[in-house]
Design a protein around this ligand. Structure first.
Ligand SMILES: Nc1ncnc2c1ncn2[C@@H]1O[C@H](COP(=O)(O)OP(=O)(O)OP(=O)(O)O)[C@@H](O)[C@H]1O
Length: 285
Protein backbone atom coordinates (compact mmCIF):
# COMPACT_ATOMS: atom_id res chain seq x y z
CA UNK A 1 0.00 0.00 0.00
CA UNK A 2 1.11 3.56 -0.73
CA UNK A 3 2.52 5.69 2.03
CA UNK A 4 0.00 8.38 2.93
CA UNK A 5 2.81 10.91 2.97
CA UNK A 6 6.08 10.65 1.15
CA UNK A 7 8.56 13.52 1.00
CA UNK A 8 11.69 13.19 -1.08
CA UNK A 9 14.65 15.57 -0.96
CA UNK A 10 12.54 18.59 -0.06
CA UNK A 11 14.34 21.93 0.11
CA UNK A 12 12.90 25.32 0.90
CA UNK A 13 14.38 28.64 2.04
CA UNK A 14 12.12 30.91 4.04
CA UNK A 15 13.70 34.04 5.50
CA UNK A 16 16.70 32.83 7.45
CA UNK A 17 15.38 29.26 7.65
CA UNK A 18 16.44 26.54 5.24
CA UNK A 19 14.45 23.33 5.18
CA UNK A 20 17.22 21.06 4.07
CA UNK A 21 16.94 17.74 2.25
CA UNK A 22 13.83 16.55 4.08
CA UNK A 23 12.94 12.90 3.47
CA UNK A 24 9.94 11.43 5.23
CA UNK A 25 7.46 8.65 4.81
CA UNK A 26 4.36 7.83 6.78
CA UNK A 27 2.33 4.66 6.29
CA UNK A 28 -1.40 4.43 6.93
CA UNK A 29 -2.44 3.86 10.53
CA UNK A 30 0.25 5.84 12.35
CA UNK A 31 0.77 9.08 14.24
CA UNK A 32 3.99 10.95 13.59
CA UNK A 33 5.02 13.78 15.88
CA UNK A 34 7.18 16.64 14.73
CA UNK A 35 9.18 18.18 17.54
CA UNK A 36 11.97 20.74 17.78
CA UNK A 37 12.78 24.00 19.43
CA UNK A 38 11.06 27.30 18.63
CA UNK A 39 11.99 28.30 15.10
CA UNK A 40 13.22 24.82 14.11
CA UNK A 41 10.92 24.87 11.06
CA UNK A 42 7.96 22.69 12.09
CA UNK A 43 5.25 25.09 10.91
CA UNK A 44 7.23 25.89 7.76
CA UNK A 45 7.47 22.20 6.90
CA UNK A 46 3.72 21.67 7.34
CA UNK A 47 2.97 24.77 5.26
CA UNK A 48 5.37 23.63 2.55
CA UNK A 49 3.67 20.23 2.41
CA UNK A 50 0.33 22.04 1.99
CA UNK A 51 1.80 24.27 -0.70
CA UNK A 52 1.09 27.39 1.35
CA UNK A 53 4.82 27.88 0.82
CA UNK A 54 6.25 26.93 -2.57
CA UNK A 55 9.07 24.41 -2.27
CA UNK A 56 12.41 25.11 -3.97
CA UNK A 57 12.99 21.47 -4.90
CA UNK A 58 11.96 17.92 -4.06
CA UNK A 59 8.76 15.90 -4.29
CA UNK A 60 5.76 15.48 -2.04
CA UNK A 61 3.24 12.66 -2.49
CA UNK A 62 -0.03 12.35 -0.58
CA UNK A 63 -1.71 8.96 -0.79
CA UNK A 64 0.26 8.42 -3.99
CA UNK A 65 -0.74 11.74 -5.60
CA UNK A 66 1.98 14.21 -6.53
CA UNK A 67 1.29 17.44 -4.67
CA UNK A 68 2.53 19.47 -7.63
CA UNK A 69 1.15 17.73 -10.69
CA UNK A 70 -1.97 16.22 -9.05
CA UNK A 71 -2.65 18.96 -6.52
CA UNK A 72 -6.45 18.68 -6.48
CA UNK A 73 -6.41 14.90 -5.92
CA UNK A 74 -3.65 15.21 -3.32
CA UNK A 75 -5.40 18.00 -1.38
CA UNK A 76 -8.62 15.99 -1.43
CA UNK A 77 -6.83 13.51 0.84
CA UNK A 78 -5.58 16.09 3.36
CA UNK A 79 -7.30 17.39 6.47
CA UNK A 80 -5.56 20.17 8.34
CA UNK A 81 -5.58 21.99 11.66
CA UNK A 82 -3.43 25.10 11.43
CA UNK A 83 -2.65 28.04 13.59
CA UNK A 84 -3.87 30.46 10.95
CA UNK A 85 -7.35 30.01 9.57
CA UNK A 86 -7.76 29.33 5.86
CA UNK A 87 -11.53 29.72 6.22
CA UNK A 88 -13.81 32.74 5.71
CA UNK A 89 -13.89 34.67 8.97
CA UNK A 90 -17.07 36.53 8.01
CA UNK A 91 -19.06 33.40 7.31
CA UNK A 92 -20.71 31.15 9.88
CA UNK A 93 -19.33 27.75 10.76
CA UNK A 94 -22.12 26.15 8.76
CA UNK A 95 -21.61 28.35 5.67
CA UNK A 96 -17.86 27.69 5.79
CA UNK A 97 -18.57 23.97 5.72
CA UNK A 98 -20.79 24.30 2.64
CA UNK A 99 -18.37 26.64 0.85
CA UNK A 100 -15.14 24.77 1.46
CA UNK A 101 -16.81 21.36 1.47
CA UNK A 102 -17.61 21.89 -2.21
CA UNK A 103 -13.87 21.65 -2.89
CA UNK A 104 -13.72 18.07 -1.62
CA UNK A 105 -15.17 15.11 -3.49
CA UNK A 106 -16.18 13.16 -0.35
CA UNK A 107 -17.45 16.00 1.87
CA UNK A 108 -20.49 15.10 4.01
CA UNK A 109 -22.27 18.18 5.39
CA UNK A 110 -24.53 16.34 7.83
CA UNK A 111 -21.49 14.54 9.26
CA UNK A 112 -19.80 17.95 9.59
CA UNK A 113 -22.77 19.31 11.57
CA UNK A 114 -22.66 16.23 13.81
CA UNK A 115 -18.98 16.81 14.55
CA UNK A 116 -19.66 20.51 15.22
CA UNK A 117 -22.31 19.53 17.75
CA UNK A 118 -20.01 16.94 19.34
CA UNK A 119 -17.26 19.58 19.66
CA UNK A 120 -19.65 22.15 21.20
CA UNK A 121 -19.62 24.49 18.18
CA UNK A 122 -22.69 26.54 17.23
CA UNK A 123 -23.22 26.32 13.44
CA UNK A 124 -24.45 29.93 13.27
CA UNK A 125 -21.34 31.37 14.92
CA UNK A 126 -18.98 33.38 12.72
CA UNK A 127 -15.66 31.60 12.15
CA UNK A 128 -13.72 34.80 12.82
CA UNK A 129 -15.17 35.12 16.29
CA UNK A 130 -14.01 31.74 17.55
CA UNK A 131 -11.44 31.37 20.30
CA UNK A 132 -8.14 29.64 19.52
CA UNK A 133 -9.37 26.34 20.96
CA UNK A 134 -12.71 26.62 19.12
CA UNK A 135 -10.86 27.29 15.86
CA UNK A 136 -8.96 24.04 16.31
CA UNK A 137 -12.20 22.16 16.98
CA UNK A 138 -13.81 23.75 13.92
CA UNK A 139 -10.93 22.77 11.66
CA UNK A 140 -10.91 19.26 13.10
CA UNK A 141 -14.68 18.90 12.55
CA UNK A 142 -14.20 19.94 8.92
CA UNK A 143 -11.20 17.65 8.39
CA UNK A 144 -13.17 14.71 9.77
CA UNK A 145 -16.08 15.43 7.39
CA UNK A 146 -14.39 15.12 4.03
CA UNK A 147 -12.89 11.68 4.58
CA UNK A 148 -9.32 12.94 4.74
CA UNK A 149 -6.66 10.25 4.84
CA UNK A 150 -3.70 12.39 5.91
CA UNK A 151 -4.17 14.78 8.80
CA UNK A 152 -1.65 17.61 9.09
CA UNK A 153 -1.87 19.44 12.39
CA UNK A 154 0.24 22.32 13.60
CA UNK A 155 0.25 22.30 17.39
CA UNK A 156 -3.37 21.16 17.56
CA UNK A 157 -3.38 20.96 21.36
CA UNK A 158 -2.02 24.49 21.88
CA UNK A 159 -4.67 26.72 23.43
CA UNK A 160 -7.02 23.88 24.26
CA UNK A 161 -8.47 23.48 27.72
CA UNK A 162 -7.16 20.37 29.50
CA UNK A 163 -10.42 18.48 29.07
CA UNK A 164 -10.66 18.98 25.33
CA UNK A 165 -6.94 18.37 24.99
CA UNK A 166 -7.41 14.96 26.50
CA UNK A 167 -10.40 14.38 24.21
CA UNK A 168 -8.32 15.48 21.24
CA UNK A 169 -5.72 12.82 21.97
CA UNK A 170 -8.55 10.29 21.96
CA UNK A 171 -9.87 11.61 18.62
CA UNK A 172 -6.39 11.41 17.17
CA UNK A 173 -6.13 7.77 18.20
CA UNK A 174 -9.59 7.13 16.72
CA UNK A 175 -8.48 8.71 13.43
CA UNK A 176 -5.70 6.19 12.92
CA UNK A 177 -7.42 3.21 14.51
CA UNK A 178 -8.92 1.85 11.28
CA UNK A 179 -5.39 1.63 9.85
CA UNK A 180 -6.40 3.75 6.86
CA UNK A 181 -5.52 7.24 8.03
CA UNK A 182 -2.42 8.90 9.45
CA UNK A 183 -1.50 12.06 11.30
CA UNK A 184 1.55 14.26 11.14
CA UNK A 185 1.43 16.85 13.90
CA UNK A 186 3.81 19.32 15.42
CA UNK A 187 3.92 19.79 19.15
CA UNK A 188 5.91 21.04 22.09
CA UNK A 189 3.92 18.76 24.36
CA UNK A 190 6.21 15.77 24.46
CA UNK A 191 4.00 14.10 27.07
CA UNK A 192 1.25 13.92 24.44
CA UNK A 193 3.67 12.29 22.05
CA UNK A 194 4.82 9.87 24.74
CA UNK A 195 1.16 8.87 24.92
CA UNK A 196 0.04 8.68 21.30
CA UNK A 197 3.01 9.08 18.94
CA UNK A 198 4.25 6.12 16.91
CA UNK A 199 7.09 7.93 15.17
CA UNK A 200 8.96 11.03 16.17
CA UNK A 201 10.84 13.41 13.95
CA UNK A 202 13.17 15.89 15.58
CA UNK A 203 13.77 18.99 13.48
CA UNK A 204 16.70 21.25 14.18
CA UNK A 205 17.43 24.38 12.16
CA UNK A 206 15.41 23.07 9.22
CA UNK A 207 16.95 19.59 9.11
CA UNK A 208 15.77 16.27 10.44
CA UNK A 209 18.34 15.37 13.06
CA UNK A 210 16.65 12.34 14.58
CA UNK A 211 13.98 9.89 13.47
CA UNK A 212 12.61 7.61 16.12
CA UNK A 213 10.21 4.77 16.19
CA UNK A 214 8.63 5.29 19.63
CA UNK A 215 8.90 1.58 20.42
CA UNK A 216 12.61 2.02 19.86
CA UNK A 217 12.99 4.88 22.33
CA UNK A 218 13.04 2.58 25.36
CA UNK A 219 15.49 0.11 23.80
CA UNK A 220 17.78 2.53 22.03
CA UNK A 221 18.55 5.27 24.54
CA UNK A 222 19.35 5.14 28.24
CA UNK A 223 20.34 7.69 30.84
CA UNK A 224 22.91 6.53 33.37
CA UNK A 225 23.69 8.53 36.50
CA UNK A 226 26.49 8.23 39.02
CA UNK A 227 29.43 10.12 40.48
CA UNK A 228 31.41 12.47 38.28
CA UNK A 229 34.29 9.94 38.18
CA UNK A 230 31.99 7.09 37.16
CA UNK A 231 30.52 9.17 34.33
CA UNK A 232 33.97 10.36 33.20
CA UNK A 233 35.18 6.78 33.06
CA UNK A 234 32.30 5.33 31.07
CA UNK A 235 33.68 5.13 27.57
CA UNK A 236 32.47 4.08 24.15
CA UNK A 237 31.44 5.56 20.82
CA UNK A 238 27.82 5.03 21.86
CA UNK A 239 28.08 7.59 24.71
CA UNK A 240 26.25 10.53 23.16
CA UNK A 241 26.89 13.14 25.81
CA UNK A 242 27.85 13.58 29.44
CA UNK A 243 26.27 16.16 31.72
CA UNK A 244 27.94 17.41 34.88
CA UNK A 245 25.33 19.26 36.85
CA UNK A 246 25.57 20.47 40.45
CA UNK A 247 23.15 17.85 41.70
CA UNK A 248 24.08 14.90 39.49
CA UNK A 249 26.38 13.63 36.79
CA UNK A 250 24.86 11.55 34.03
CA UNK A 251 25.21 10.48 30.44
CA UNK A 252 23.01 9.64 27.49
CA UNK A 253 23.96 6.44 25.74
CA UNK A 254 22.69 4.58 22.69
CA UNK A 255 22.41 0.76 22.66
CA UNK A 256 24.64 0.13 25.72
CA UNK A 257 26.77 -3.01 25.72
CA UNK A 258 26.48 -5.66 28.44
CA UNK A 259 28.26 -4.46 31.55
CA UNK A 260 29.01 -1.01 30.13
CA UNK A 261 26.80 0.74 32.70
CA UNK A 262 27.81 -1.39 35.70
CA UNK A 263 27.41 0.46 39.00
CA UNK A 264 25.39 3.31 37.44
CA UNK A 265 21.70 4.07 38.02
CA UNK A 266 20.04 3.48 34.66
CA UNK A 267 16.72 4.91 33.49
CA UNK A 268 14.91 5.15 30.17
CA UNK A 269 14.51 8.71 28.97
CA UNK A 270 11.21 10.37 28.21
CA UNK A 271 11.15 12.38 24.97
CA UNK A 272 11.66 15.53 27.00
CA UNK A 273 14.74 14.00 28.66
CA UNK A 274 16.08 13.00 25.27
CA UNK A 275 15.65 16.50 23.86
CA UNK A 276 17.26 17.99 26.96
CA UNK A 277 20.34 15.78 26.67
CA UNK A 278 20.67 16.25 22.90
CA UNK A 279 20.42 19.99 23.38
CA UNK A 280 22.86 20.17 26.31
CA UNK A 281 25.22 17.88 24.43
CA UNK A 282 25.22 20.26 21.47
CA UNK A 283 23.46 17.87 19.08
CA UNK A 284 20.62 20.31 18.59
CA UNK A 285 20.97 24.09 18.72
N1 LIG B 1 6.70 33.86 6.30
C1 LIG B 1 7.96 33.88 6.70
N2 LIG B 1 8.79 34.89 6.36
C2 LIG B 1 10.08 34.92 6.74
N3 LIG B 1 10.66 33.97 7.51
C3 LIG B 1 9.88 32.95 7.88
C4 LIG B 1 8.50 32.84 7.51
N4 LIG B 1 8.01 31.70 8.04
C5 LIG B 1 9.02 31.14 8.72
N5 LIG B 1 10.14 31.88 8.63
C6 LIG B 1 11.46 31.57 9.21
O1 LIG B 1 11.42 30.23 9.62
C7 LIG B 1 11.80 30.10 10.98
C8 LIG B 1 11.09 28.92 11.55
O2 LIG B 1 9.71 29.21 11.71
P1 LIG B 1 8.63 28.08 12.01
O3 LIG B 1 7.37 28.81 12.36
O4 LIG B 1 8.60 27.13 10.90
O5 LIG B 1 9.26 27.37 13.29
P2 LIG B 1 8.57 26.38 14.34
O6 LIG B 1 9.50 25.24 14.51
O7 LIG B 1 7.18 26.07 13.93
O8 LIG B 1 8.59 27.28 15.64
P3 LIG B 1 7.61 27.35 16.92
O9 LIG B 1 7.90 26.12 17.72
O10 LIG B 1 8.06 28.58 17.62
O11 LIG B 1 6.20 27.42 16.42
C9 LIG B 1 11.46 31.45 11.59
O12 LIG B 1 12.27 31.69 12.71
C10 LIG B 1 11.77 32.39 10.45
O13 LIG B 1 13.16 32.66 10.42
Amino acid sequence: MDNLLEIRKLNKSIGSLQLLDINLSLEPGYIMGLIGRNGAGKTSLIKTILRLYQKDSGDIYVNGYNMETEEKEAKNEIGFVLDESLFEDNLSIEANGRLFGSLYSRYDHSLYLQFCERFGLLPKQKAGKLSKGQKNRFQLAFALSHDAKLFLMDEPAAGLDPLFRRELLGYMQDIVESGKRSILFSTHLTNDLDQIGDYIILLDEGSICLELDKEELGDRFYIASGTREQIEHTFGPNVICRLYEPYKSSLLIEFPKDGQLKGLAVTRPSLEDLMYYLSKGGFIK
